[in-house]
Design a protein around this ligand. Sequence first.
Ligand code: C2E
Ligand code: MG
Ligand code: MG
Length: 492
Amino acid sequence: MSGSSRSEQERLVAVQGLAWLEAANRENFERICRLAATLFQVPTVLITVVETHRQWFLGQVGFDAPEAPIETSFGAHALAQREVMQVHDARLDPRFSSHPLVVAPEGVRFYAGAPLYDRYGHGLGSLCLIDKRPRRLEPEQIVALQDFAEMVMVQVDQCQLLKYRDPLRHLTNLQQSRVDTSSPPNGSLLAMIGAEAAEQLARLCVAACADNAQDTVKRRAQRLLDDFPHALANGEVHLEYQPRFNLLNGHMVSAEALIGWRHPTLGKLSPSEFIPLIEGSGNISMVTRWLIDRALGDLASCVDRDVRLALNLSPLDFQNLDIAQALQDACKRHDIEFMRLEVEITEGAWVKADPQIIRQLTTVRALGVDVAIDDFGTGYSNFAYLHEIPANVLKLDQSLVTDLEHSPRKRIIAQTVFELARKLGYRTVAEGIETFRCLRLVREYGCDEGQGYFMSRPLALERFKRHCGEVPLAFHPSDVPPQGAFGQLSSN
Ligand code: C2E
Ligand code: MG
Ligand code: MG
């Protein structure tokens, strides 16, 4: 076997190692594409994985097909070189001028691809920018594109590590490792060294890989847990408020309180990272008590007495706290009417399974507090037993809303959910609206309220209060947004 065909074969083994990602959740890769499309102002961004006869897309914006034949791949050319490959005007480039995608009306004119290399130097594919008009990247844009390619590879590495972790117990996933050592392309390994040795190898690989990843993950988790009580006491933990809007008249109707943590050395931390850790440690009620008191105190300091507030609760709060009582006490302390509050719970088997939770939620509703099902459309979401939960608001999860305009599947799901939810008497909310087209679509589907970066990011209290008082937040619900109306909403 020649050196080049051996290295191509090694490359294909590395590419094959990504095959499982084709069916996995690739939301973060999509995010990188969306970010790149915005930064470079191009309609199409693809993260390609180049196999022998086809290329498939790990992430994509502005191009719907899941794969393409290798003959139509610019990416295969990009792979052949280490640097960013640019085709400034494909019609003038003899390599591509007769390419079907180039000669087509509105065809490809500009292409820039940064090759994606794994840590062993195998070229896996490329991150490419495509435009319908000729262009030329500036030197600093070329560096930025290479940085984006690095980000893609970091994400690939993380996905590979997570694959070997049991999602529930956070332990090493030996089963996955067995599957990998016995299936192609590693099946040949099994044939060579025998089943027993392959099993031992799987255990060794898993131990080495997981030890490393787990140690880092565990050390960080422990550090966050150790630091949190101090952070809560000294003001590192804070609340931000993300406005929610009536989609018919564009007025702000409420805001969701979102907890944040500015760690002195680790920087800004997302609640998606630290809240599950605190839940796991059994201390979430301490956070919820703090949240209720702080958020209602903030609400009381708003001049606008009509503004309403939504609070996220954890399933464990219902075991450790009397939520209705905690809300009653805080409302009395801060002189807030119950009707100005909403609690958000993630729907799941846990709600239905525990009659005590249903009783607590019924009491909360009876006070006049709204109960919202958060993140509907993920996990156990199920209309069949939704009626058993005393909720009156339904929030469609952002994974089904963001990028709706580019996904026919998401559009069908969103339209159906909003229609059914409305018929069942729920007030509906779309969260994760990032573009005007998305806003228009959910409004067309009959959704009542919307929340998302397009209208406003979460705001610090002072800024939120200013909008409640002096400069009311509102967007224009007609087809064309008025000039500058969103500029003031989206900055933090
Ligand atoms: P959630 O309740 O679904 O909150 C919405 C999340 O989506 C927030 O992230 C918000 O910043 C983000 N978001 C809003 N609009 C957009 C958009 O247009 N695009 C995108 N990509 N994201 C958008 P955040 O602040 O990171 O919160 C994550 C989750 O953490 C929340 O999800 C909630 O489950 C939990 N959480 C936040 N605050 C608290 C809290 O005080 N208590 C509890 N128990 N959980 C909380
Ligand atoms: Mg929420
Ligand atoms: Mg949500």
